[in-house]
Design a protein. Structure first.
Length: 282
């Protein structure tokens, strides 16, 4: 059963965005789960469907013909409901064989991007209905270095990649898989973050156990009590929404943790852009 959250974001526009993250598609993925997501999206009929990374569990998943056909067919079906905007997460470019290796799966990403009404934003942007959607992909070493997800070496990277894509005449939405990067105080001082109206992220899996005040129990990089693990909040003039994710633990996690996926319902956040603030349903 899908867990829906309705969030109203103040805006001069009147659009509804469906936010998904952390699908972690694998060769043995549940077709029922994909169907449930499809019918939930069809029922709510948003104006846009935003997938903020980790749609794959590993980058090689579409090498197998049947898996590829199922996933691409699912994307094609949801793209008939609304345009699909996708940014890239760490698992989408990752292959695990004893240790993680990062490599861009060009053939697989090209197959996704070839679907009509689907846009993959790898440090790129697209404008629709006076909305500028920007997708940010941090350098692979951001995830790979130890300790993981250290922001300081990459603070200027987001301006280098996306500054030229900014459109002040549009409502600007940034899709970035990890909120750890875009909530960092020094990153928020970059020109890109100072220009963004709304940030959409995932990655945190609600901190496994969501706690009060957008905190969670533990982050993917094993930090205890991460501050921005789920929900919606405002920092300065920028509003943030962090998806709860479709699954809690990926297939490459230790098998004992997979049990949490049975008690962690798939989350879809419906973000209503409106000039009227409505009551939020949690």
């Amino acid at each position: 059963m899908i867990k829906n959250t309705d969030i109203t974001v103040l805006s001069r526009l009147h659009k509804t965005l469906a936010l998904l993250s952390d699908i972690h598609y694998t060769e043995n993925y549940s077709k029922k789960k994909l169907q449930e997501i499809y019918f939930n999206l069809k029922e709510h009929h948003p104006d846009y469907i935003c997938i903020v990374g980790d749609f794959f569990d590993q980058s090689i998943v579409l090498k197998e013909k049947t898996s590829k056909e199922i996933f691409l067919a699912w994307l094609e079906h949801i793209s008939m409901i609304a345009p699909v905007i996708i940014s890239i997460g760490n698992h989408d470019v990752a292959l695990r064989n004893r240790k993680w290796k990062y490599q861009f799966p060009k053939e697989e990403i090209d197959a996704i991007a070839s679907i009509p009404n689907v846009s993959v934003l790898d440090n790129d942007s697209i404008i629709k209905d006076n909305i500028c959607f920007l997708g940010y992909t941090p350098p692979y070493t951001y995830y790979d270095n130890s300790p993981h997800e250290q922001v300081e070496p990459y603070i200027d990277n987001i301006d280098q990649k996306l500054k030229s894509h900014l459109r002040e005449d549009c409502y600007q939405i940034l899709l970035c898989h990890t909120p750890i990067y875009v909530t960092h105080p020094r990153v928020r001082e970059t020109e890109v973050l100072r220009s963004i109206d709304l940030v959409l992220s995932g990655h945190m899996h609600r901190g496994i156990i969501p706690l009060k005040g957008n905190y969670g129990l533990i982050s993917p990089c094993k930090k205890i009590f991460p501050k921005y693990a789920w929900g919606d909040f405002t920092i300065g003039n920028t509003q943030y929404v962090i998806s709860g994710g479709v699954i809690a633990f990926s297939n490459v996690s230790p098998a004992v943790f997979h049990l949490f996926n049975f008690i962690h319902p798939p989350h879809i956040e419906y973000i209503h852009l409106s000039n009227v603030k409505k009551k939020q349903l949690k």
